[in-house]
Design a protein around this ligand. Structure first.
Ligand SMILES: Cc1cc2nc3c(=O)[nH]c(=O)nc-3n(C[C@H](O)[C@H](O)[C@H](O)COP(=O)(O)OP(=O)(O)OC[C@H]3O[C@@H](n4cnc5c(N)ncnc54)[C@H](O)[C@@H]3O)c2cc1C
Length: 403
């Protein structure tokens, strides 16, 4: 079906598909290709052959105007500036796509953010990460070389009601330097990132995706990606077919307490897995490379305790988790210099989709995040990367996307 619209200069344009291949002809080659795609002629090939992206962790962003002369690329909006959204945004921007990232936080970083309580900092979300996938390893190696990631050789223990056992394994654990947000900050440099802006709605209108947020967003976007946690993606993409899939994923909360001590607690471990307690994990942030050597402890509650206490006052939570920490570590309680607590409402997916990412090639809308792949940093990275592979495989570019 061909529709007619008046362009701003008054000229009548016809377009025969939602991808807006503007043309003065009723039927063009691009129209034929799109029709063929609709009826599924290319479906098998598109589903089976997803080109692997050539990855170069050192690839710079193109100079402004560099790609505009070659072809017009579709504009992209990415909701969420955690690791999944930011790697997707970066990979597209490196290939000349004009990308804008929207994040409701004060800074991008998501669950890999840090909490600053001057002069102290805490990795109050993600504690460390591992890298088993070769593609992620390539980035991690580059980040180590660039000084923004380092190994964390923590003294580790398991704690059960005061019984402390030191544990050893061969797992290589990495942390961002000087905080867990270092990788996202690095990926975000030079990019158009609008922080402190929550997206509340998205709609496909003639001309592209229209976003509504807590601040005005005047422009339309050709392609929309949400990397927000599953329930938030289900909400912002509620007019799309992806919302139903995202809504299937339940995300569990995590209450986190932070405490600074004036004294060395003289514990035999830097990090501990904790059982039979409100807590599941505690770590001394000061034991990580690139941080100040203060005893800055982060204590994370189990999903069940967090659900049970979801609406408790932050001070009461900090007090309860601190008591649980000393009990688990078998140490005499010490009054901290100060405590804080943070409620992660959507800390981890209970059961990720194991779908890598979601992508609707007809509507040009996708979703990525740890909830698509697996509940960790590496899963978020792979999800964002895979989504970009899907997008590029469908090659959304001129003439289909003459803007
Ligand atoms: C307490 C805790 C401990 C963890 N420990 C580890 C660990 O030790 N190792 C590990 O590998 N992983 C760990 N994880 C998991 C890891 O942090 C996540 O898997 C990863 O950070 C997810 O990245 P993401 O990009 O998928 O999502 P996120 O990092 O959550 O990014 C989503 C972004 O979307 C933004 N957003 C949401 N809604 C909107 C909206 N409507 N408009 C605009 N922006 C929006 C958010 O502000 C956020 O920045 C931990 C997580 C938590 C919470």
């Amino acid at each position: 079906m061909t529709r007619q619209v008046k362009s701003p200069n008054g000229a009548v344009r016809r377009f025969g598909c939602r991808q807006r291949c503007y043309t003065n002809e009723n039927l063009t080659i691009s129209g034929i290709i799109l029709f063929a795609r609709r009826v599924g002629m290319f479906k098998v090939r598109r589903e089976k052959v997803v080109a692997m992206l050539e990855l170069d962790p050192y690839k710079p962003l193109p100079n402004p105007g560099e790609t505009a002369l070659i072809e017009i690329r579709p504009s992209v909006a990415v909701i969420g500036g955690g690791l999944s959204g930011m790697i997707a945004a970066r990979l597209l921007a490196e290939r000349g796509y004009p990308v804008t990232v929207f994040d409701k936080g004060r800074q991008p970083g998501g669950r890999g953010s840090i909490r600053v309580e001057d002069p102290y900092t805490f990795d109050h979300g993600c504690q460390y990460f591992t890298a088993r996938d070769r593609r992620f390893q390539r980035y991690v190696e580059a980040w180590i070389e660039q000084g923004i990631v380092s190994l964390w050789n923590a003294r580790r223990a398991s704690c059960l009601r005061g019984a402390v056992n030191l544990v050893h394994d061969d797992v290589t654990r990495y942390v961002g330097v000087p905080g867990m947000n270092a990788m996202v900050r690095h990926l975000a440099s030079g990019m158009d990132v609008r922080s402190g802006l929550e997206i509340t709605d998205s709609r496909r209108v003639p001309g592209g995706w229209q976003l509504t947020g807590t601040k005005p967003i005047p422009e339309l976007f050709d392609l929309l990606i949400s990397s927000a946690p599953a329930p938030q993606t289900a909400n912002v993409l509620r007019t799309t077919r992806l919302a139903e899939e995202a809504a299937k994923v339940n995300m569990l909360p995590c209450w986190t307490a932070m405490a600074v001590f004036d004294y060395d607690l003289e514990l035999p471990f830097d990090a501990a897995h904790i059982s039979a307690s409100p807590l599941v994990w505690a770590a001394n942030n000061g034991s990580k490379p690139g941080r100040s050597r203060h005893e800055c402890w982060v204590m994370q509650a189990s999903p069940s305790w967090s659900i049970e206490h979801i609406d408790d006052a932050p001070d009461a939570v900090a007090e309860a988790l601190l008591a649980a920490f000393f009990e688990a570590a078998g140490a005499a309680p010490v009054t901290p210099r100060f405590t804080r607590s943070h409620r992660w409402r959507y800390a981890s997916p209970e059961e990720p989709l194991r779908a890598e990412c979601l992508w609707d090639a007809e509507e040009w809308v996708g979703a990525c995040g740890d909830w698509c792949h697996s509940a960790r940093m590496e899963g978020a990275f792979i999800s964002g990367l895979t989504l970009v592979e899907r997008v590029l495989n469908d090659r959304p570019r001129a003439p289909e996307f003459c803007r």
